[in-house]
Design a protein around this ligand. Sequence first.
Ligand code: SF4
Length: 339
Amino acid sequence: MNNIKDYNLEELKQELISIGEKPFRAEQIFKWIYQDNVTSFDEMTNLSLELREKLKQNYSLCIFNILRKQESSDGTIKYLFDVLDGNAIETVLMKYHHGYSLCVSTQIGCKMGCKFCASTGIAFARNLTSGEIVEELLAVERDQNIKISNVVYMGIGEPLDNYDNVVNSIRIINNPKGINIGARHISVSTSGLVPNIYRLAEENIQCTLSISLHATNNEKRSSMMPVNNRYPIEELIKACKDYIAKTNRRISFEYALAKDNNDNLEDAKGLVKLLKGMLCHVNLIPINKIENGAFDKSSNENIIKFRDYLNEHGIVATIRRELGSDIDAACGQLRRKNL
Ligand code: SF4
């Protein structure tokens, strides 16, 4: 049965026409699903009984079950959801002073094999559909009785490797008649799938692009991220410049600092050289140590020195607050423990 959350508003209108209904019903259904967050078609009381029956026969509402929930002392909550086909995915809710931010997964497993990531070693099973990505958000809002204000596509999976579903989920989340989160509050992360960075620049969505950079030369980056063998740093930076030129949006570069690997002054100098003059921001991430992981966390002193060097040389850099470090918040860890 088709998941009704897989359709953006225009597609849902077409669906309704195909089952002999008026397209304006799509807006009513959108409101019930995304604003009232109902869990059954029976609750859509301004639709006729006949239409509700038709919807029940043709579509599912894809309501996830919570398999496990881990709450950190800082309020971060990590969910493990049963996605109704025997697979499980994780989603992390973070509380900030400006509201709630949700980190969503986009695939079951990941093909990219980044060496610092706990998802590495979990076989790729399949892409999540756009409706499943959106349901991550709705399931958390129902469980917590809150409204989420920011969405980051940074959970398990490479978002741009599931391009169409990710872009469609953004359209639903961003639609004022859907979940209505502004594009500037939506951030898509990529390990560097260059052709899809060019595609995203053409979508006319004002979301933030976040690049997992983590090293400034090809040898080091390839040793941490095999994707760099396909799309080396020069090509990646060229695509980023194109994204900035087309969207006028600032890019966020993620840089996870690993002890004695990419956290010395030479690396900081390399980063300044690479990013000088670009409309960008660097997010320094104290790496989360993972079980059997190849990397250790950099010292606080080194992290601060690294940040100060960037800031003194014209690159805006901040250190990301470590949220959920007591609940295995590096992506992939909760899922792996449950297997
Ligand atoms: S860091 Fe992201 S892209 Fe890399 S393996 Fe992990 S989930 Fe995949």
